[in-house]
Ligand binder design. Structure first.
Ligand code: ZN
Length: 299
């Protein structure tokens, strides 16, 4: 099934649900960054979380950045996801591998670390981005993002994210966000209803792993609550906006002396995009052209 996002409402529109399938984009992230199993799970869960958070934004071009910094061996992790359905991200130490945890699952909490911070930046494309920080709850990512939504955005929320990898390939990755809508957030019965469903929502990943579609999963988990699945299906993809011209722009900012040094010592420059792993090679001629530009601009 293609990577996609679908939206639904329940409880007479008092509850909002969003589901994402991110299997292909998580596999692409795994390949681009040579991620270990546990790093794939950590990044895949965060990619799904970012797309779920971005889905509630209204203004075209809105994006969410999630940065997680824990005390585990994976170091830090950053995801950038947009309302437009694009996402990209990386982890600091992509090759770290850990044995499965006591439940036999990939030990994301151990890799991220159970102490540290989750930073979320919501950028609507103008003015100051809204940013907020919470302490990690478990490092398992789903709990941490849900904790952020409840404490920082004061939205009663349940979130399930999961990644299933087999024989080196991502077989299933996705997530489900269920929230009491702000206008109904003071409705205690809805909040209790949501809380009573938290355990059931943990069934999301097994259902995804079993090959169920998003509408089937939503129907199974929330079907008895007056579920209405919206007909629009949004496609999702791993996408990075980097380009050779952006790389040259960044190199130019290093200044003439540094550029001259690169020409003499390395006969060019190699730059790797953190977000997507793309490697860009600038030749000595291209660097010389940047020096020409700098000289022309300083006259
Ligand atoms: Zn890139």
């Amino acid at each position: 099934m293609a990577d996609q996002l679908i939206r639904a409402t329940a409880a007479e529109s008092g509850i909002r649900a969003v589901g994402v399938i991110t299997t292909r984009l998580t596999q692409e992230a795994r390949q681009r960054h040579n991620l270990s199993y546990v790093a794939t799970a950590a990044l895949g869960r965060t990619l799904s979380s970012g797309l779920l958070l971005a889905s509630s934004m209204k203004r075209e071009g809105s994006r969410v950045n999630i940065r997680i910094k824990g005390n585990g061996p994976l170091g830090g992790l950053l995801v950038d996801a947009g309302l437009d359905g694009t996402a990209r991200g990386y982890v600091d130490n992509p090759s770290v591998e850990l044995s499965p945890n006591a439940k036999g699952k990939l030990d994301v909490g151990g890799a991220i670390g159970r102490e540290g911070y989750l930073y979320v930046v919501r950028d609507v494309g103008y003015g100051y981005p809204y940013s907020s920080t919470v302490e990690l709850v478990s490092g398992e990512i789903g709990d941490d993002v849900a904790h952020y939504l409840v404490t920082s955005e004061q939205t009663p929320s349940a979130l399930a994210v999961g990644v299933f990898i087999e024989a080196g390939t991502v077989r299933a990755s996705g997530g489900l966000l269920v929230q009491v809508l702000p206008k109904a957030a003071s409705d205690e019965s809805l909040v209790q209803l949501l809380e009573s469903r938290m355990e059931a929502l943990a069934g999301f990943t097994p259902l995804l792993q079993a090959g169920k579609t998003l509408p089937e999963i939503l129907e199974q988990l929330l079907g008895d609550l007056g579920l209405v699945i919206l007909p629009e299906v949004q496609m999702l993809q791993f996408h990075c906006g980097c380009s050779m011209s952006r790389v040259l722009g960044a190199l130019k900012m290093l200044g003439e002396a540094e550029l001259q040094d690169m020409i003499e010592k390395d006969d060019g420059a190699e730059a790797t995009c953190h977000f997507c792993g793309e490697v860009y090679n600038a030749s000595s001629d291209e660097l010389a052209a940047l020096i020409e530009d700098l000289r022309a601009e300083s006259v």
